[in-house]
Design a protein around this ligand. Structure first.
Ligand code: ADP
Ligand code: MG
Length: 290
């Protein structure tokens, strides 16, 4: 967990990829970069390539899947194509959409599950103990150390999945629609942890199709459609493209849409808010109330 700076932790250059069975490329000349401490949201409808892009950051694409691969992905100075998935595991932690996919099934308890990756890396006992405790505390699972991972609620299980990743102290945390499988309470629990990570300077890439959930803590957004980047930049600039986003089935935050409608219907020029607080501020200034 570092400080925001000029250092580029992720550089993706003209990344082009097809699975062995794909007819067409599922990523087409994708370009972006993420600086240390930044949060990048990857947005796009189903099938646009978000998960594939996430897997290209931790090396599952192409090392595990094979296929046709072009361009470059550089993580913390190392090119993914020339780095093994296990070496990348300490640089990039990937949190899957469904926490059940992340849980090893080998550990009997929450504590062991978090320790598992560190044991595989052969870390000393005392270091493992410290890191496991820290990770469990961070995601708010203290008290549940002895519980079986399979007896947790969805939100607890996804927080456990995040803890297993945090224990490895990766440079980058990549999350692939981490709240998609959760009920509203689970979503809230997991988003609180993600927001804390973001505020404390972690470098995060988060794929999401519900923009509202991530817009307020993301720095940048990249919109994928059919494997192509159709918008990329500061999150506010990207979300201002309300009509373009809606045309590909992505709903901007409701306050952004409202601002867009007000501008269109009433011709009222105002900055587009992405949160309710911003909306209140922008419109009370505009209307001269405070
Ligand atoms: P998203 O996460 O945005 O829904 P994906 O990255 O899962 O998109 O999928 C992008 C495209 O790649 C889709 O057309 C999907 O069918 C295809 N795809 C995903 N996984 C595989 C795979 N393992 N083998 C072949 N095609 C795949
Ligand atoms: Mg996906």
């Amino acid at each position: 967990m570092g400080q925001r700076g000029n250092e580029k932790v992720i550089i993706v250059e003209n990344l082009t990829y097809a699975y062995p069975t794909s007819k067409d490329f599922v990523l087409k000349k994708v370009n972006f970069e993420v600086h240390r401490g930044e949060v990048l949201a990857i947005l796009g409808p189903n099938g646009s390539g978000k998960s594939t892009l996430c897997k290209s950051l931790n090396g599952l694409v192409p090392h595990f899947y094979g296929g046709r691969y072009g361009g470059k992905v550089i993580i913390d100075g190392q090119e993914v194509l020339n780095t093994s998935v296990s070496q990348l595991a300490t640089k990039v932690g990937l949190v899957f959409q469904d926490p059940e996919d992340q849980i090893s099934g080998l550990a009997l308890t929450v504590w062991e599950e978090v320790a598992f990756g560190l044991m595989m890396l052969g870390k000393p006992k005392e270091e493992i103990r410290q890191r496991v405790e820290e990770a469990i505390r961070y995601v708010g699972l203290e008290g549940l150390e002895k519980r079986s991972p399979f007896e947790l609620s969805g939100g607890q299980m996804q927080r456990l999945a995040i803890a297993t990743v945090l224990a490895l102290r990766p440079e980058v945390i990549v999350m692939d629609e981490p709240t998609a499988q959760l009920d509203p309470i689970g979503k809230f629990e997991v988003l609180s942890v993600i927001e804390k990570l973001a505020n404390e300077g972690s470098t995060i890439v988060i794929a999401e199709h519900e923009i509202e959930e991530v817009a307020y803590f993301a720095d940048k957004a990249l919109v994928l459609f059919n494997g192509e980047v159709i918008a990329y930049g500061p999150v506010r600039e990207v979300l201002r493209k309300v009509d373009e986003l809606k045309s590909i089935g992505i709903d901007p935050p409701s306050v952004t849409e409202l601002a867009h409608a007000i501008k269109k219907e009433l011709g009222l020029e105002a900055e587009y808010p992405i949160t309710l607080e911003e909306a209140v501020k922008i419109y009370s200034e505009l209307l001269g109330v405070s």
